[in-house]
Design a protein around this ligand. Structure first.
Ligand SMILES: [Zn+2]
Ligand SMILES: [Zn+2]
Length: 443
């Protein structure tokens, strides 16, 4: 790429925002999309033959945990960004539950500086806290956080339990015109629970978390959204009831959006049970399937897939939550929640496309234009002039998840050893390769 020209030949170009799904070429110059179309030539351009591959805008993740500062043993901005690039992500929003939490201009600026230094090829957008110290007692200085460049507000990991505080927060965020990214959980109801309330929890002897623990908060915050005019983004939404509340709120014209995770779309609470070879009946469990919100019932998954198909769900977000082996090598009750999700997201989600449940176009929309709209961001498109953030996908390539091969420090995933069909072959950020599979050649 000596003269900063990169030419991608013969790709299936899929750009849902621009309504494009056609075979052709993409020319990138000086980090921007120069043009797309048939039979493009450019003297001296580095060229990738993308025959058989899909080219679409780089993925945007609205919800991930990079763990830095404070938990560098779980992940760093550098390792998290490398894993994100391998997963096809060119823009990621990191949650503020670090140590210290991102509740001041100084901490937001610190993360932005680290990102620029350690991960220049992935655009990292910090989310600021709603409350000081994520303690839920008093508001953080939201105006100061916005001024420092945060793209939204969340106490993720925890809900904002105090309704008055949340109402005040939304009055402020409405003026700032930034979304509240809402972890919806009624702690009084979920307290002591470890997995979805249902027959699996009963069989394993674990206390369950009812769907209502999420839905009560979704309903409350929709009411506050209506009261304040704030933008509400319900993150890692996981139940049929939450989906219905959001569907109705959207029909009433409220500024409500939502995301779901790859694991909540594809795994049921039955995955918490570990089937061990040679054992016919077992009450063993897999702590890698512990996640908050928990893996839900088949009926919930059916509803969520329907929500993607009908457009009620705007975004798929990873909630990439890396942890150490020690965090998961314990009793289910003591295991921390979370899944290291960047590197499996696309392959996992493609199972829904291969089974005919959702279209590739709907999936790519939820990974690109959907999150771009929530962020009011210019990314998520391949239109000429746009930043050259894109991804090359092999939708038919089969591979087995090997956690030892992860770029993320977190190897905590219930998809370990799973056979997936669909792989990110190359990720291009501002015209530069941030990830490339060894089979992708540049000439
Ligand atoms: Zn959360
Ligand atoms: Zn989270």
């Amino acid at each position: 790429m000596t003269n900063n020209l990169l030419l991608i030949k013969n790709a299936r170009i899929l750009d849902p925002g621009a309504g494009i799904d056609d075979t052709g070429d993409i020319l990138i110059a000086e980090g921007k999309i120069s043009k797309t179309g048939k039979d493009i030539t450019a003297a001296g351009a580095a060229t990738i033959d993308a025959s058989g591959l899909v080219a679409c805008p780089g993925f945007i993740d609205l919800h991930c945990h990079l763990r830095q500062p404070g938990y560098e043993n779980k992940e760093t901005i550098a390792s998290g960004a490398a894993a994100a690039a391998r997963g096809g992500y060119t823009t990621i929003c990191c949650m503020p539950n670090t140590n210290p939490p991102l509740d001041s201009a100084a901490t937001i600026s610190y993360v932005r500086e680290l990102a620029a230094r350690d991960a220049p090829l992935v655009r990292i957008l910090p989310v600021g806290c709603i409350t000081a110290g994520r303690a839920g007692k008093e508001l953080a200085n939201l105006t100061e956080l916005a001024g420092a460049g945060c793209v939204g507000f969340s106490d993720d990991g925890s809900p904002v339990s105090d309704t008055r505080i949340m109402s005040l927060a939304m009055e402020n965020t409405a003026v700032l015109d930034l979304p509240v990214i809402d972890h919806c959980e009624d702690l009084n109801l979920s307290q002591g629970g470890h997995m979805n309330d249902g027959w699996v929890a009963a069989r394993l002897g674990l206390k369950g978390i009812p769907a209502a623990a999420e839905e009560i908060m979704v309903a409350r915050d929709i009411a506050l959204c209506e009261l304040t005019g704030a933008k509400l983004h319900v993150t890692h939404m996981s139940t049929a009831g939450s989906l219905q509340l959001i569907r109705e709120a959207k029909q009433r014209g409220l500024k409500v959006t939502c995301d779901v995770t790859p694991h909540n779309l594809t795994l049921t609470h039955e995955r918490v049970m570990k089937t061990q070879e040679g054992l016919q009946t077992t009450l063993a469990y897999d702590t890698n399937a512990r996640v908050n919100p928990p893996l839900r019932s088949p009926a919930d998954i059916e509803a969520l897939i329907g929500g993607i198909a009908d457009g009620t769900i705007d975004v798929v977000a990873t909630d990439h939550a890396p942890h150490t082996a020690e965090d998961k090598l314990c009793e289910f009750e003591n295991a921390v929640s979370g899944i290291s999700g960047f590197e499996t997201a696309f392959g996992v989600l493609m199972s829904l496309v291969h089974s005919g449940r959702i279209s590739l176009n709907a999936l790519v929309t939820c990974l690109t234009t959907g999150p771009a709209r929530v962020l009011r961001d210019n990314a998520g498109t391949l239109k000429p002039g746009a930043c050259a953030d894109l991804v090359l996908l092999d939708t038919g390539r089969e591979w087995t998840v090997d956690v030892q091969d992860f770029l993320s420090k977190g190897r905590n995933t219930p998809f370990a050893g799973c056979k997936l069909k669909g792989m990110v072959m190359a990720t291009i950020s501002s015209g530069q390769l941030s990830w490339r599979h060894s089979s992708v050649r540049i000439s």
